[in-house]
Structure formats: structure tokens, C-alpha cells
Design a protein around this ligand. Structure first.
Ligand code: BGP
Length: 491
């Protein structure tokens, strides 16, 4: 029987994102971000989801911006972490986190995205948060931009479609690095950078007009601008604090060929190159690989790339590779059985079970992926998101949630992570999604719950907003205290 433990200094924690849990959308001079315009859809069909749920078209955008009173904007209220962070950090400690990954809201520092001087209230707020976390020995890992670009930049320059946004973003990066260099060691310039190609609005912060024939080209241009910003962010952060560590964050869409038929294997190879490896190649090597250059050519995608940008991309590659991993999918040359997934569509895997939202649970897939990535890139890995979303209720008698399914999910994934480390993979951290229930990124539901801590808040914003530790929270603490040993104990 194995008894593998986390390596010394391993970051074991939980993750969240400002736009999904802070709320307080108009407090302390905060400006509107794209997340503040997203609405809850009461009629949402969980069986039929795809990446379009992440986008807003022009009409919906204008309606949201003008504030239709019938709309419910869940990201605007979140769970009020902005005002409750002190108590919440104590709860994070109670569920055993030694590390907490969150984003710092861009529109708190620069309400329109491009002001000359930053909002001092934001600087102070996050300094207080970091200081509180330090007192509790919680290492804060900062995502600089997590699906929350400023509306001001959308209106002015279509956000990431414009190279001007690189400069605006870098001013934000510089402020963060200067202000928090003594309190933050790990930085991730973008959350799930590959989302930009799936959703112009959520990932790239810009609107595409209907039937835009250049839509693909625009998304890849926005992505390229983000790649440059990611490299430049590393340059700036390292100049301010040479000991800081900067890593990418990519949604790892790992996929198996449906059969060993060569056509299926080839289809899967292509999909993996396009959805996953091109992003890791850029982060680790600073290049577009030959396959993606051919893809651009075949698809008539012509990007504006300067030679100075190419130099920066190669020079400022990432110190570690981080990724979210929720599920795996299946690819065949002739897809039949589509299954919803974390903002992508894949096919059904008969060997795996799936969540209510169609995300196929595959703990072994994590070990396979970690080995694969380490074999390709030889850089330390950081699993920055992993977890299970379930529509669950608080037991009114015990005031907890008996979420054994979450314990099973986390246990199996953590065991596979430790097995990958035993295989020889270097892994520096794991932040499960999420420490505490918050608003879902893809569906804006509160009822798609991931937390170790339950929050009494409903999809429409009603509820006491009180916190309750779930059974998984107590279990996570024991895992953390046993340094992983508990994972291998027989039930
Ligand atoms: C990732 C995002 C997170 C998050 C998570 C779960 O894609 O980085 O922001 O929310 O997935 O997804 P969802 O909230 O859509 O269930």
C-alpha cells in the first residue's frame, strides 16, 4: 500500500477569482468589467451548454450596459468576499489551505483600464488582504487577469484586439509588482489564456459582430497580444523582484482518441495541438510551433506580429506551467456523441462518469497529463484549478453538506498528482476550485457549487450569505495536516 506525501514546501490550497466572489461591484470607485455585464439565465439548460454561453452579442451587451431592471447580474454581488475577506481567510485556514489563488480586479485599480494613476483604495484593499493572509501563513498566488477586463477598454479600443491594451495592462502589472513584491511570490498573468479563442468576450474582452468573416483571425490576434503581454509581464515582474515566479495558466483540454483507428488518433492529435499544446509551447518555448503556423496559413489567419514581439516571446518564457484540469474528453474523426465540457465540446467516454453539466471525471487523466507535459517541457507544474461542481443543499439540521462525491473527486485527483510526482514529475502546487462557493464562470449560477465552504446565497442573489464548512472542508484539513498520508488510508 502506497503512502505518498506532498513534497516539502508544496502549495496546497484553493482558488477563486475576484469577479466571481468579490461582489461590491460599485464600491470604492471600482469600474465595470465584462463580468459585471453577464446575467443569470433562469431557463438555462444544463444539458445543452457550449462556449457560446461565455459570449455576449452587441444587443445583449447594450442591454446589460444600460442595466435592464429585469436582469440579474450575479457577478455584481458574488458572495461579498470584498467585505468579508478577513473572516473568509480564517475559514480558509480552518479547511487546511496553506495557499490561496485569486485575481486582483483590474477595474478596482484602473476603473476604465487606462487612467494615469491607480486608485489608492484598491492598492490599500489588496495590501490589507495580503497582510491578513500572511498573518495566517497563507501564500497568495495572484492571477493578474481572470475574465474581468475593463468595459472602458472595450468601448475605447476593443480591448485585446488592440495593441494599446498591452501597454494599459502592463501599467497594471507594474503597479501590482511594485506594491506587493514583498507579499506575493507567484504570479499568473492570465487565467486560461486559451479562452480567448473560444470566447472573444470572456477571454479577449471584445465584441464580435454577427457573421464577422474575420472572427477567427481577430481572436488569434487578441490571443497573440495577450501572449506578448504575458511575456512582458514576466519581464516587468522579474525586474522588480528577481525572486518572483511567473507562470502561465492554461485550460488543459486533454483528450483521448476515440479508438486506435489512425484517423481517430490523427484527429485527436490535431485537436490537442490546437486546443492545448500551442499554448504550452508559447509559455515554455516562446514560439508558434510549425503545426500552428500551417494552421494559420490554411485558415487564412494573418497576424500582426513584430520582430521585437517575437524576440520578447522567446526571451521571457514562463518559470512554471500552470493549468486547470477538470475533465478529459474524447475525439474521433467522425464525432457523433457530443458531450458538454469546460467551455469545450468533446465526445462521451464510456469508461467515465460525468457531472450534471457533462464534465467527465477522470483522475487518472491528471497523472497522464502531468507526465505528458513534464516530458515535453521539463518545467515545474502547478495545478491551479481542479474540482467538481454540484447543485447541492445545506442540511438544515447539521448545517453542513455531506459532499462525499467531492471528497472522492479530490481524493482521486490528489492521489494521481502524488503518483505523477513519484513518476518523476516536478509539481509545486495544487489549488482546488474552489475554497468557497461562488458564481460559476460559464453559467453564472450560484447553484453550481464547487466550494469546501458552503455559502447560503441563491442564483438570484437571495439568501443569508452565511458560510458553513462542508464535510469536504473538514476532510481537506485532515489531508493537509497529514501532508497527504490520509489519502492512502482505507475507508
Ligand atoms: C475555469 C475558470 C474558473 C471557473 C472554473 C469552473 O474555466 O477559470 O473561473 O469558474 O472553470 O467553471 P464554471 O464556473 O463555469 O463551472
Amino acid at each position: 500500500m502506497k503512502n505518498l506525501k506532498f513534497p516539502k514546501g508544496f502549495l496546497l490550497g484553493g482558488a477563486g477569482a475576484a469577479n466571481q466572489f468579490e461582489g461590491a461591484f460599485d464600491q470604492d470607485k471600482k469600474g465595470l468589467s465584462i463580468a459585471d455585464l453577464k446575467t443569470w439565465d433562469e431557463k438555462l439548460d444544463r444539458k445543452k451548454l457550449d462556449s457560446s454561453s461565455l459570449d455576449l452579442d452587441r444587443e445583449k451587451y447594450e442591454e446589460s450596459k444600460n442595466g435592464n431592471p429585469k436582469n440579474i447580474y450575479p457577478n455584481r454581488f458574488g458572495i461579498d468576499f470584498y467585505n468579508k475577506y478577513k473572516d473568509d481567510l480564517i475559514l480558509f485556514k480552518e479547511v487546511g489551505l496553506n495557499c490561496f489563488r485569486t485575481s486582483f480586479a483590474w477595474t478596482r485599480f484602473f476603473p476604465n483600464g487606462d487612467e494615469k494613476n491607480p486608485n489608492q483604495l484598491a492598492i490599500k484593499h489588496y495590501k490589507n488582504l495580503l497582510t491578513e493572509a500572511k498573518k495566517l501563513n497563507i501564500e497568495v498566488v495572484v492571477t493578474i487577469s481572470h475574465y474581468e477586463s475593463p468595459i472602458g477598454l472595450l468601448e475605447k479600443q476593443n480591448t485585446w484586439l488592440s495593441k494599446q491594451t498591452i501597454h494599459d495592462y502592463l501599467r497594471f502589472v507594474e503597479i501590482l509588482a511594485k506594491e506587493y513584491k514583498d507579499l506575493v511570490k507567484y504570479w499568473m498573468p492570465f487565467n486560461e489564456i486559451n479562452c480567448t479563442v473560444l470566447s472573444a468576450f470572456t477571454g479577449g474582452g471584445f465584441l464580435l459582430e454577427k457573421n464577422d468573416l474575420k472572427a477567427e483571425e481577430k481572436k488569434y490576434q487578441a490571443l497573440h497580444n495577450q501572449f506578448v503581454a504575458q511575456a512582458m509581464a514576466k519581464k516587468i515582474i522579474k525586474e522588480i523582484d528577481p525572486s518572483a515566479q511567473v507562470g502561465c495558466m492554461i485550460a488543459a483540454f486533454s483528450s483521448y482518441p476515440a479508438t486506435c483507428k489512425p484517423e481517430d488518433v490523427r484527429a485527436n492529435q490535431l485537436k490537442s495541438q490546437l486546443q492545448m499544446y500551442m499554448y504550452f509551447d508559447m509559455a515554455a518555448k516562446g514560439i508558434y510551433s510549425p503545426f500552428i503556423l500551417k494552421y494559420f496559413k490554411d485558415e487564412n489567419i494573418n497576424l500582426e506580429i513584430t520582430s521585437q514581439e517575437s524576440d520578447y516571446l522567446k526571451k521571457y518564457t514562463m518559470d512554471f506551467l500552470s493549468f486547470s484540469y477538470y475533465m478529459s474528453s474524447v475525439t474521433s474523426a467522425n464525432p457523433e456523441n457530443n458531450q458538454s465540457g469546460n467551455i469545450i465540446i468533446g465526445e462521451k467516454n464510456p469508461y467515465l462518469s460525468a457531472t450534471e453539466w457533462g464534465w467527465q471525471i477522470d483522475p487518472q487523466g491528471l497523472r497522464i497529463l502531468m507526465n505528458d507535459l513534464y516530458d515535453r517541457y521539463r518545467l515545474p507544474l502547478f495545478i491551479s484549478e481542479n474540482g467538481i461542481g454540484v447543485d447541492e443543499k445545506l442540511d438544515p439540521k447539521t448545517l453542513t453538506v455531506n459532499d462525499n462525491y467531492r471528497i472522492d473527486y479530490l481524493k482521486e485527483h490528489l492521489k494521481n498528482l502524488l503518483l505523477a510526482i513519484e513518476d518523476g514529475v516536478e509539481c509545486i502546487g495544487y489549488t482546488m476550485w474552489t475554497a468557497i462557493d461562488l458564481v460559476s464562470a460559464s453559467t453564472r449560477e450560484m447553484s453550481k457549487r464547487y466550494g469546501l465552504i458552503y455559502v447560503d446565497r441563491n442564483d438570484d442573489g437571495s439568501g443569508s450569505n452565511k458560510r458553513f464548512i462542508k464535510k469536504s472542508g473538514k476532510w481537506f484539513k485532515e489531508v493537509s495536516e497529514s501532508n497527504g498520508s490520509l489519502l492512502w488510508k482505507l475507508e
